[in-house]
Design a protein around this ligand. Structure first.
Ligand code: PA5
Length: 462
């Protein structure tokens, strides 16, 4: 069960200046939170609300279709290559890094039980694309092109390069090595996939990229890699039932959303640090950073007033960043709310041998690395509280399909509730459109000629 400990955000622990009077705040906000939870649970069934990601745990047809495809291609491919960016990649990266055995791609096929290796191309760095193409045998690779809009320049340029190579290497058979994940009706990839005869998976309507990890966007690669999709679905569904609870005292997503919101608006904590104490959870911070930043960072609220809101997410990793960022967290500006993720039971245990008697390191002998990482998590939490820095801690029992699905779904609901508290639209991203359009102009896309000239001048002068 996922647990939240928010004690170290309370004024009784970290003082009035930086802490919240949670008893009072929970009372004051209880009706508002209850209304928000009721409202999002009604709107999740309505078109155009951007909330249909809340229903992904109940999409049995898609799960069946994806599993059937995975069993059909079982044993055919050595590699899965996902092309996608932003919400089309970050969830897949986060979940596979958490759930696959560490160093998966370095394991032998026997150690991987014959399951494929996994690669995500989520950038357009020519060196890394060329580097990957140098090591991949495309004949043994299944390429999954994921773009909801179907025309994202980064993803479609990768697709064009790889499709061209595959055609040269595989002849007409290349079509059997490509699948597309995109919108049901719209977009260029949808058209291309039809023309080419690719297998297509759909991103459902009203499911934005950053909320799409449990749609086909994520579950296709998860199924191909042998992850337990049923347990993922069970995790989402059970968490969904818990988070329908309208009493803030019983709803951890509402509690963390409200604490984040109040810490920002009342206590000036404008930076939100996500710090899991587990290397396998490292990329959950990347996924979370996008979810939080793109959903909440908005110029206008729903009443059209300029708010320039949102808190800045920072990705950190325990214990590594104790030797990098912790100095700043303890002594720098007190403008951060730090969220830790703790794991009760790691997948393995590692004992530190009792081989030295030096006082400085001898004490480690006979303990486990498991003890050490959790001791470091506790110490960090306590020092931060000593320095009156607010922190919250989520604890998961272990890293498996069920618990990871619960954690991610909870963060999605937390973000949705925070969006309602800020009174902003958490499901659009107007702030990224301008750079997209400028790129189109610079790269000569038809219809953008007008801005191309003035843009060239700006590039020289800015
Ligand atoms: O959350 C989002 O909507 C974005 O981050 C998108 O996922 C990202 O821009 C990629 O878009 P698309 O899937 O259309 O290629």
């Amino acid at each position: 069960m996922l647990k939240l400990n928010f004690r170290n955000t309370d004024s009784t622990v970290i003082g009035e200046e930086n802490g919240l009077n949670l008893e009072e705040e929970f009372n004051y906000y209880s009706e508002k939170i209850s209304d928000i939870i009721k409202s999002i649970n009604i709107r999740r069934g309505q078109d155009g609300e951007g909330l249909k990601w809340m229903n992904l745990g109940y999409n049995e047809e898609t799960v069946w279709y994806v599993k059937e495809f995975a069993s059909l291609v079982e044993g055919r491919f050595d590699n899965i290559l996902v092309l996608g960016i932003g919400g089309s990649a970050l969830g897949g990266i986060a979940v596979t890094e958490a759930l696959l055995k560490p160093y998966w791609n370095f394991l032998t096929p026997e150690q991987r039980n014959g399951l494929p290796r996994i690669f995500f191309l989520d950038n357009i760095d020519p060196d890394s694309i060329n580097g990957l193409l140098d090591i991949l045998d495309l004949k043994k690779t299944l390429v999954n092109v994921i773009t909801k809009s179907g025309d994202t320049a980064e993803t479609m340029s990768q697709y064009m390069i790889i499709k061209n190579r595959m055609e040269k290497e595989l002849g007409d058979n290349y079509r059997r090595n490509i699948v597309a994940t995109t919108d049901k009706k719209m977009g260029i990839l949808r058209q291309l996939a039809d023309q080419e005869g690719y297998k297509i998976f759909y991103v459902p309507d009203d499911v934005g990229g950053r909320f799409s990890v449990f749609s086909s966007v994520g579950i296709v690669p998860f199924a191909l890699l042998g992850l337990n999709i049923d347990e993922i679905i069970n995790g989402i569904k059970d968490m969904d039932i818990e988070l329908r609870e309208t009493d803030i005292r019983q709803n951890i997503a509402a509690q963390s959303a409200l604490i984040n919101y109040l810490m920002d608006t009342k206590k000036g904590k404008c930076i939100s640090v996500m710090m899991p104490y587990s290397s396998r959870l490292k990329y959950i911070s990347d996924w979370y950073a996008q979810l939080w930043a793109e959903s909440l960072g908005k110029e206008f609220n729903r009443n059209g007033e300029r708010v320039n809101g949102g808190t800045t997410p920072i990705r950190a990793l325990g214990a590594t960043d104790q030797h990098s960022q912790l100095q700043l967290y303890n002594e720098g500006p007190n403008n951060k709310l730090i969220t830790f993720i703790r794991v009760c039971e790691f997948g393995t245990e590692l004992e530190i041998p009792n081989i030295f008697e030096y006082t400085g390191i001898g004490y480690l002998g006979g303990k486990t690395i498991n003890d050490l990482i959790n001791a470091e998590a506790d110490s960090t939490r306590v020092t931060l509280a000593d320095n009156k820095r607010p922190t919250m801690t989520f604890t998961i029992d272990k890293i498996d399909e069920y618990n990871i699905a619960q954690l991610l779904y909870m963060f999605e609901v937390q973000t949705a509730i925070a969006g309602e508290l800020y009174n902003i639209d958490a499901y659009n991203q107007p702030g990224v459109e301008q750079a997209r359009n400028y790129t189109y102009a610079l790269m000569g896309r038809a219809g953008f000629e007008g801005s191309a000239e003035s843009l060239k001048e700006k590039i020289v002068s800015v």
